[in-house]
Design a protein around this ligand. Structure first.
Ligand SMILES: Cc1cc2nc3c(=O)[nH]c(=O)nc-3n(C[C@H](O)[C@H](O)[C@H](O)COP(=O)(O)OP(=O)(O)OC[C@H]3O[C@@H](n4cnc5c(N)ncnc54)[C@H](O)[C@@H]3O)c2cc1C
Length: 386
């Protein structure tokens, strides 16, 4: 670490180079990269690893639209294309399957204006995704690979096939990530961050942890911590957005592309399971329970993909996504707290980019200069604060 803080372990119960707060997909990746770089790392999780938004059902790894290319889209493209090798390495290390498949995505064209835009997007993907070299394409086709997936009446103008999209099983992925760090990172569950000053973090269980750097990757609960450390309302840093999803039992070909239509995803996972979601709710009374809004999404999904029309629901789930004020991931050292780094706010795309963002976080923690899109930097978010 550059300029390590000097401290006396006698004043703390535990000490480490890096303390990660939060055991979601982002925190686990940060801990993994830290351990791989030889940092003595502790991860604290207020509940159980995977009990936040990352413990859900969907696991869509979806690229941004290929036109209007910018640093954010390039970052995501590189993340999505580098993920399969990293997943394979974790699977080999742990013997656990992450449920990853580059399944591609089908998007019905149901409006003339969408069909026109899709033509431009095809050309943009060819250039920005380097289709001739990478093979990743955004094509317009008349018929889906399997009749009824999606229903013909949902796609009067054909459909777009995006071959870059993939899916991963969120819970299997988290279990494998956890297993991959268990022997190198001290994971402490049921222990929440409460406060920090001068490199010492105090936890809900009364522990004092002396840390060279602390990374706040507590999902949407990072925003109140920022308010506590920097002043201001939690909402001026970001907000939770509720999402509801469901898991159905259906024996379908697990190579089927995922279907995306008007905000609704239908994703075939391994083992006869199909995930459907999700809602996007800015206002909610009951953050972790499902309601009629999920039934509406389920009805839509069943009309879209009649193959799941009679499939029984085996789980209904709701969670809160972290959406930072600048709408992009939020990464950076805190003003006046250079030993504290914020890492949150991936909103709907975190699963596809957490590994690459985590590498940037560790670059930052070790005094490097990460190649981050400007819009991800904490300073850029501060400009959007009201
Ligand atoms: C219905 C739904 C569907 C989604 N679908 C997709 C999708 O298909 N693809 C995709 O990429 N993204 C999707 N997302 C978004 C994605 O789940 C989140 O962006 C992602 O999980 C955020 O990961 P995280 O690690 O930042 O936060 P989290 O997973 O929320 O992890 C934060 C952790 O920090 C812990 N914590 C909180 N406070 C403290 C504290 N004080 N001390 C210690 N620990 C603390 C929490 O318990 C939690 O475990 C979806 C979200 C929802 C709700």
């Amino acid at each position: 670490m550059t300029a390590p803080r000097t401290y006396s372990p006698r004043t703390a119960d535990l000490s480490c180079d890096l303390l990660v707060v939060g055991g979601g997909v982002f925190g686990l990746w940060i801990a993994r990269h830290a351990a791989l770089r030889g940092l003595d790392t502790i991860l604290i999780e207020k509940d159980r690893v995977g009990s936040g938004a990352s413990g859900g059902l969907l696991g869509a790894l979806i690229p941004h639209l290929p036109e209007r290319w910018d640093a954010k889209k390039k970052f995501q493209f590189e993340a999505l294309t580098s993920l399969p090798d990293l997943v394979r390495a974790i699977e080999e290390e742990t013997g656990l399957d992450c449920g990853y498949r580059r399944c591609g995505r089908l998007m019905p064209l149901w409006k003339e204006s969408f069909a026109d835009i899709a033509v431009k997007q095809t050309a943009a993907a060819r250039q920005n995704w380097s289709t001739p070299e990478t093979g990743f394409a955004w094509d317009i086709v008349e018929r889906p690979p399997l009749d009824g997936w999606p229903a013909a009446d949902a796609m009067p103008l054909g459909l777009v096939v995006d071959t870059l999209a993939a899916r991963i099983d969120p819970r299997s992925y988290l279990a494998a990530l956890r297993r991959s760090i268990e022997s190198r990172v001290r994971i402490i569950e049921s222990e929440a961050f409460e406060a920090c000053a001068d490199g010492v973090v105090e936890t809900s269980g009364g522990k004092r942890i002396m840390a060279g750097r602390t990374v706040l990757s507590a999902g949407y609960e990072t925003f109140p911590i920022l308010g506590q450390l920097l002043g201001g309302e939690a909402a001026s840093y970001g907000r939770p957005v509720k999402g509801q999803a469901a898991l159905l039992a259906a024996e379908l070909d697990d190579d089927l592309p995922l279907v995306f239509h008007d905000g609704t995803y239908v994703i075939v996972h391994d083992g006869g399971r199909v995930a459907v979601g999700s809602t996007s709710e800015q206002r909610f009374d009951a953050p972790f329970s499902t309601d009629a809004a999920l039934d509406t999404v389920l009805d839509k999904a069943r009309r879209l993909c009649p193959a799941i029309a009679g499939a029984p629901v085996i789980e209904r789930w709701a969670g809160l996504r972290p959406r930072a004020v600048g709408r992009n991931p939020m990464i950076g050292a805190l003003p006046d707290h250079p030993d504290v780094i914020v890492a949150t706010g991936g909103f709907k795309i975190t699963f596809g980019i957490a590994h690459k963002m985590a590498e940037c976080v560790i670059d930052l923690a070790t005094g490097g200069t990460p190649d981050l899109p400007e819009s991800f930097r904490f300073a850029a978010h501060l400009k959007d604060r009201k």
